[in-house]
Design a protein around this ligand. Structure first.
Ligand SMILES: [Zn+2]
Length: 192
């Protein structure tokens, strides 16, 4: 059984206790999928600490700190780059039936921000993996160019990528522009 499954009754009441998570490399790999343009190259590029606490009988508060080094392709220079993300997360989970009883049919506008922020669980176990994954996914930028540190390299790689040909075309276009300006000037002068 995965250490990522927390049995509700074993979660400490009114005090946050660190969960002994010993995620297998395969579990980490399976968890960190579908992150858009980002990929986890190795399970070693991932760390997480989770604390769990029961507030009352069945409401569970998960807090923690997740970190990952992800790889992506820069949309500009097409080089592979790394991005480190960290997330300090907090989830408040209530059993689904409880949530439904309390809020179903309620106009969303009538719910307070805290109530809207609640997540639900079913059965008597909570799998912490989807929450860890979501916390990190929320930190990822939608557009992924090189970071500022790699900016110069990105420029160079981009220049290599578009090649000399495009550069030459650009130069020619500039020359054409200059010529046309000159021609215009000449035309104006002859008209005067
Ligand atoms: Zn780049």
């Amino acid at each position: 059984m995965s250490t990522a499954l927390l049995h509700i009754k074993q979660i400490a009441i009114e005090r946050a206790e660190e969960v002994e998570l010993k995620l297998e490399p395969a579990e980490i790999a399976a968890m960190m999928v579908d992150l858009g343009d980002y990929e986890l190259d190795s399970p070693e590029d991932f760390e997480v600490t989770v604390r769990a606490q029961r507030v009352g009988d069945l409401t569970v508060r998960l807090t923690g700190d997740a970190w990952a080094k992800l790889t992506y392709t820069c949309g500009r220079c097409l080089e592979r780059r790394h991005l480190e993300v960290e997330s300090l997360f907090e989830y408040v989970l209530v059993p689904k039936p409880v949530w439904s009883d309390r809020f179903e049919g309620t106009d969303e506008v009538a719910l307070s921000e805290d109530e809207l922020d609640m997540d639900t669980y079913e059965g008597d176990e909570i799998d912490v993996r989807p929450f860890i994954r979501e916390a990190l996914a929320l930190e990822l930028p939608a557009f992924s160019p090189c970071t500022v540190q790699d900016e110069a390299e990105c420029d160079e790689a981009y220049a290599r990528l578009v090649g000399d040909e495009v550069e030459k075309e650009l130069e020619e276009a500039t020359v054409d522009l200059r010529w046309s300006k000159l021609a215009e000037l000449k035309k104006q002068m002859s008209e005067d």
